[in-house]
Structure formats: structure tokens, C-alpha cells
Design a protein around this ligand. Structure first.
Ligand code: ADP
Ligand code: F6P
Length: 324
């Protein structure tokens, strides 16, 4: 395929994730090394429609590989979900000479990327979300940092939970996906993990297990509750009333989305940024960069969006085995 891309735009969209800056840096420096121009689009698709577009040079991304958040800011933009908004976005790209675009975000952002691609802007997606819920890839930018942040916080709650011989419910992020909860459940040695994909809402089973556990002499009872199930505070009140064991709820919240990215997030995000530029340089469009079976690969956006993934049953079973 002919090399056509001269100017690459890069934007971050949806929820931010630690490592997005490393990906932006990867895109900018790999593109400049190929003699391309780079433009940063502020605030995702919202900034595109507002023409918040800045020229980026190599030094624009100095000192960011180690920083959480995204220097381009991020946003959610309803207008871009409409055909008129998408056409306006493509027209603005053309007006600014942007013939290649890298979109760093989750599935929603990829839907937008697919639309831009269909309107003639060569577009590549990079998976950026702490939720790890993008089916085509085993790695998403930010998950590693987020689980490590959550794990450290849960260790701290565990200390005080043991001292007071309490039950602790710790709510981690993941409205639709339980990967953070599953990983923390295993890493923190939680007694119970409540996942949106699995929890049947039977609180009595939970209460019975807490009582049994206390009879066996265990000092604490840690429940990792995914945001998708939520209601941690009221659940704590009901558990305390039913078991007589003091119960506290802690919601970790957006602290999981920030902070210094881990080594893994910096490295994978940088490589994915550079791979996205390679794809554009090869004349490709409508692709998502992914990591699968130990290799960086890419998928057609619609194919990627049609894939599904679920919590690995064996891993969930092992987590339960460890909590006995
Ligand atoms: P994420 O990318 O993390 O999944 P969202 O689902 O909030 O986050 O999507 C981010 C943005 O992507 C939305 O605010 C919207 O601008 C754009 N987007 C989402 N779905 C579509 C769609 N079907 N068509 C075009 N753009 C979309
Ligand atoms: O998708 C990332 C995520 O942090 C989810 O885990 C969470 O449900 C959601 O974003 C929170 O979004 P907001 O930043 O709008 O509160």
C-alpha cells in the first residue's frame, strides 16, 4: 500500500489511564523519526470538534513518560456519536491536514475511530483503560498501574481490619468488568471477590461464609467488591447487623486512575504508540493495536469490537481455592 500519511493527529478519549502519556510520547517520537508532522488534539473528540489542535514536537513530550494522566486531557463527547459530529470531525482533520489519527481509549473511543476511518481519515486505536475489558487484547494501558495501586491500598486496609478483627469491604473500579477485583482478590488474599460477571446477589451465602470463617479463628474478612455491584456501604451495614462483626466499607475510587505508571505500563504503552505509527506509515487504517499471545498484533476495528471476553473461570476458581 502507498505511504500517504504526512500528518498524524493523536488524542486520548474516555476514562484516563496511567501510561497514556507514554503512548502519546511513543506516537509523537516514532512519527517524527519517520519525518511526519504530529498534532495533538486536546480533550478527545470534544476537542477535535472545537478545533483544539496543537503542533507537537519531540520536546512537547519531554518528561511525561513517568507521569500519570494525559497531557492532552480527555473527555466524553456525545456530539461525536452523531453522523453530523463525525463528519464535522473528519472535515476538521482535513482542514488541518491531518491524514492519520491515533485514538487512545476504550471500546467507545474505537467506535469513534472506526467512524473517522470510514470518512477517509486513516485511524488506528490503542487500548487505554484501567478496566482491561477490551476483548482483542490481553493488555490495556493503565490496568497494571491501577491494580498495583489498588493492591497497595487494600494491604493497608487489611492491616487495620486484622487489628480490629473486622470485616472490610473494599470497592474497586470496574462498572462492567471485574478484572481489577479478580486480580486484587488473588494478590491481596481476599476472602471473597464480588464480580459483576459472576455475583448472583445472594448476600446470605456471603454472611454464612463470614460467620464460618470467624468460627475457624480468622481475624479479618476481606471482600473485594467491584464497582459494578457497588452498594458497599449498605452491604457493610447489613453484614454487620447479620453477623455481629464490625464491618467497614472503603471505596478506592479515582485514586486507581492516577499515579506514576508502572514499568509495564510505560513500556507496553510506548511500544503500542510506536506500532500505531508503523501501521499508519504502512498505509493501514481502521486497526486496533493489541497484545496477544506474547506479541504485538493488530485487528480490524469492527472485528475487535465484535470480540467478547469473560473472566477466566479457572482463575476465578483458584481465587476461591486460596480463600479457604
Ligand atoms: P471508552 O473509550 O473508555 O470506552 P466511552 O465509551 O465513554 O469511553 O467513549 C469515549 C467517547 O468515544 C465518547 O464520549 C464518544 O465521543 C466516542 N464514542 C463512543 N461511542 C461512539 C460511537 N458509537 N460512535 C462514535 N463515537 C463514539
Ligand atoms: O473505564 C474506566 C473507569 O474508571 C471504570 O472503571 C469506571 O466505572 C468509570 O471509568 C468511571 O468513570 P468516571 O471517570 O466518569 O467516573
Amino acid at each position: 500500500m502507498a505511504k500517504t500519511v504526512k500528518t498524524i493527529g493523536v488524542l486520548t478519549s474516555g476514562g484516563d489511564a496511567p501510561g497514556m502519556n507514554a503512548a502519546i510520547r511513543g506516537v509523537v517520537r516514532a512519527a517524527i523519526a519517520k519525518g511526519m508532522n504530529v498534532k495533538g488534539i486536546m480533550r478527545g473528540y470534544a476537542g477535535l470538534l472545537q478545533e483544539e489542535i496543537v503542533d507537537m514536537k519531540s520536546t512537547s513530550v519531554s518528561d511525561i513518560v513517568n507521569r500519570g494522566g494525559t497531557i492532552l486531557y480527555t473527555a466524553r463527547c456525545t456530539e461525536f456519536t452523531t453522523a453530523e459530529g463525525q463528519q464535522m470531525g473528519a472535515d476538521i482533520c482535513k482542514k488541518h491536514g491531518i491524514d492519520g489519527m491515533v485514538v487512545i481509549g476504550g471500546d467507545g473511543s474505537f467506535r469513534g475511530a472506526g467512524k473517522l476511518s470510514a470518512l477517509g481519515v486513516n485511524t488506528i486505536g490503542i487500548p487505554g483503560t484501567i478496566d482491561l475489558d477490551i476483548a482483542c487484547t490481553e493488555y490495556t494501558i493503565g490496568f497494571d498501574t491501577a491494580v498495583n495501586t489498588a493492591m497497595e491500598a487494600i494491604d493497608k486496609v487489611r492491616d487495620t481490619s486484622t487489628s480490629h478483627e473486622r470485616c472490610s469491604i473494599i470497592e474497586v473500579m470496574g462498572r462492567h468488568a471485574g478484572y481489577i477485583a479478580l486480580w486484587c482478590g488473588i494478590a491481596n488474599g481476599a476472602e471473597d471477590i464480588l464480580l459483576p460477571e459472576r455475583y448472583d446477589g445472594d448476600e446470605q451465602v456471603l454472611i454464612n461464609r463470614i460467620i464460618e470463617n470467624r468460627k475457624r479463628g480468622k481475624k479479618h474478612y476481606i471482600i473485594i467488591n467491584a464497582e459494578g455491584i457497588g452498594h458497599s456501604a449498605s452491604m457493610a451495614r447489613r453484614i454487620e447487623a447479620a453477623t455481629g462483626i464490625e464491618t467497614r466499607a472503603t471505596i478506592l475510587g479515582h485514586m486507581q486512575r492516577g499515579g506514576t505508571p508502572t514499568c509495564k505500563d510505560r513500556v507496553y504503552a510506548t511500544i503500542m504508540g510506536a506500532k500505531a505509527v508503523e501501521l499508519l506509515d504502512e498505509g493501514k487504517s481502521n486497526r486496533v493495536v493489541a497484545y496477544k499471545n506474547g506479541a504485538y498484533v493488530d485487528f480490524d476495528i469492527q472485528e475487535a469490537l465484535s470480540m467478547t471476553k469473560d473472566i477466566p473461570e479457572d482463575q476465578f476458581d483458584i481465587s476461591k481455592l486460596m480463600s479457604r
